[in-house]
Design a binder for this molecule. Structure first.
Ligand code: ZN
Length: 135
């Protein structure tokens, strides 16, 4: 496992995240992921993210579906940061970092990272999305 250093576009929010891109990442066809072109890496430990700076800048995207899910972004520059929550079907508590924020992930690592394309649009995350070219 590695410790990555991540930040938003304006640099106000910085954090560390324990995980390994080689263990896999996820993209999804649900409306949130489609509209934000989300790409995430689930951390093995839901407490594996440490906020270093910018606690006053992090904000959650409002949700209307009542899910125990926080899609966090920087309210100064708008960069997506991570998604955290507690959903039984996902194995309980989780922390998923927005991969493009990871500053010390090398280009080679990003290219090689396996991607699971989830069919979230049909509440069917564990199966492959039937089409991914538009995501
Ligand atoms: Zn920012």
């Amino acid at each position: 496992m590695k410790t990555y250093h991540g930040s938003c576009f304006c640099g106000g929010v910085t954090f560390e995240a324990d995980g390994d891109l080689a263990d896999g990442t996820m993209r999804c066809n649900c409306s949130f992921c489609r509209k934000t072109r989300y790409w995430e890496m689930r951390l093995p430990d839901p407490d594996g993210l440490r906020l270093l700076t910018g606690a006053d800048l992090v904000a959650d995207t409002p949700r209307s579906d009542g899910a125990e899910m926080h899609n966090t972004f920087c309210r100064r520059c708008g960069t997506r940061l991570w998604s955290a929550g507690n959903i039984e079907q996902m194995g309980g508590r989780f922390m998923q970092v927005f991969v493009p924020t990871l500053d010390d992930a090398t280009e080679e690592e990003l290219i090689a990272a396996p991607i699971h394309w989830a069919d979230g649009a049909h509440d069917n995350w564990w199966n492959e999305a039937p089409e991914t070219r538009h995501l």
